[in-house]
Design a protein around this ligand. Structure first.
Ligand SMILES: Cc1cc2nc3c(=O)[nH]c(=O)nc-3n(C[C@H](O)[C@H](O)[C@H](O)COP(=O)(O)OP(=O)(O)OC[C@H]3O[C@@H](n4cnc5c(N)ncnc54)[C@H](O)[C@@H]3O)c2cc1C
Length: 395
């Protein structure tokens, strides 16, 4: 594996860095997350994605006819690294860009691609994921939301739960049961549902962060045109799994983890412990070093995945390793930050002496959620042991 960048790639990096410096408003650095639900924040995030896309730095690897540049993955990696270094906010349209977009490119009809992909890129339409239901999380294939094909329409009835960002979303990619008589994996279809359709009700749920990050979504006789079916009727499980692999990689972003670790380091350098910077305390230094080793190991795992992608090798269980390692590491980084802050870590985000705008207690709780969301750590370990290591299935 050659880990060095070419002269051309380094020149590209300088160009990206200059653009970010000129275009990222200072107030957007380390901005609070979308989950806090401020409408101005939502607009600011849409504007940021549009600007970044306009500059050619979003979904660079997508084919040109769908709004990308067919660029190699190293270029997008460089952009992502520079965004992290600049402490830029995440993209509001991530579920569109990283999950449903690539799925539509593989399984969608030409009409679906032309209708949806441009709006995903410029943040005009936000997407949410309608997979989990009450009683169907890890055992996703047991889902019960029904879709009955009547003429040219599906009539959808049922309920989804834990649907992140449904309250801002225009569209949902949704798993429904279209053949209740078939074995559970074989009677599922993948639909694109317009969230503005009559019969869709979104009810926010408050997470332990205190923010309404996810929702219950109810469907009551919701009419969905047949042309919104992705892939074949009753064959949605295969499509769903393609999206899941993309989700694991999205949640397992190395750049996000590096961003968090850099923040922890700044914190440890700026907070005092025993009359000197916390980062000078030998115990804290040891713990920081342990975390950094894990961050670096994750980075090299990401390079290995990048090499697999460039060489067009099958992805294997890399996405599950990514998801497992990064979400647990992110939570450990946030936990360490709370330790460094001592009792300041208990302050609410609007309290007078709050540190880093209260982002660390929020991260501590939010990252715990991500150990569960997108398939829990136990489920990722099952996948790695069965499909990666070839171990026998448990009872
Ligand atoms: C922050 C957050 C955001 C989310 N966003 C979305 C979203 O946008 N869209 C969406 O559809 N869903 C979303 N989810 C739901 C998420 O996918 C599920 O919570 C997750 O798949 C687990 O399902 P469950 O909650 O039903 O738990 P369960 O499946 O009931 O699991 C309970 C416990 O049992 C363990 N367990 C279950 N089965 C096994 C097994 N076979 N082997 C070993 N252990 C097992 C689990 O690891 C877990 O510890 C989100 C969840 C969170 C926390």
């Amino acid at each position: 594996m050659d880990l060095s960048f070419t002269a051309e790639q380094e020149a590209f990096r300088r160009q990206v860095r200059t653009w970010i410096k000129a275009n990222l408003p200072v107030r957007e650095r380390d901005a609070p997350p979308l989950e806090q639900g401020d409408p101005k924040r939502i607009q600011a995030m849409k504007d940021w994605q549009r600007k970044l896309y306009g500059a050619g730095y979003v979904a660079m690897g997508w084919p040109k006819e769908y709004g990308g540049q067919a660029a190699d993955v190293v270029q997008q990696t460089i952009v992502n690294e520079e965004l992290v270094l600049a402490r830029a906010p995440g993209l509001i349209g991530m579920m569109g860009i990283q999950m449903v977009g690539p799925t539509l490119m593989k399984f969608g009809s030409e009409e679906q691609k032309r209708r949806h992909l441009p709006h995903i890129l410029n943040a005009e339409e936000i997407w949410c994921q309608g997979y989990s239901e009450p009683g169907s999380g890890s055992d996703l294939a047991s889902l019960k939301t029904r879709a009955e094909l009547v003429g040219d329409e599906f009539i959808v009835n049922g309920q989804k739960v834990w649907t992140s960002n449904a309250q801002h979303a225009h569209w949902m990619f949704c798993l429904v049961r279209t053949d209740p008589a078939a074995p559970k994996h074989k009677g599922i279809s993948y639909l694109l549902i317009d969230m503005r359709s009559p019969g869709v009700t979104v009810r926010p749920l408050i997470q332990m962060t205190g923010d309404p990050g996810f929702n219950e979504v109810f469907f009551e006789d919701v009419r969905v045109p047949r042309q919104n079916l992705v892939g074949e009727l009753h064959q949605g499980w295969q499509v769903a799994n393609a999206t899941l692999a993309h989700e694991r990689n999205m949640l397992g972003s190395t750049t996000v983890t590096q961003h968090m670790f850099n923040g922890l380091l700044r914190l440890a350098q700026s907070r005092e412990r025993g009359g000197r910077p916390a980062a000078d305390d030998p115990v804290i230094r040891q713990r920081l070093a342990d975390l950094l080793i894990r961050v670096e190991a994750m980075k090299y795992h990401a390079f290995r995945q990048l090499t697999d992608t460039i060489k067009k090798r099958p992805p294997g269980i890399g996405a599950s390793v990514n998801k497992l390692v990064s979400t647990e590491l992110n939570h450990d980084i946030a936990a360490m930050a709370l330790e460094v802050m001592g009792s300041y870590g208990l302050l609410a985000r609007n309290a007078r002496h709050v540190v880093d705008r209260g982002s660390w207690p929020n991260e501590f709780m939010f990252t715990l959620g991500l150990v569960i969301g997108g398939g829990t750590s136990q489920i990722q370990k099952n996948i790695i042991s069965e499909r990666g290591l070839g171990m026998p299935r448990g009872a």
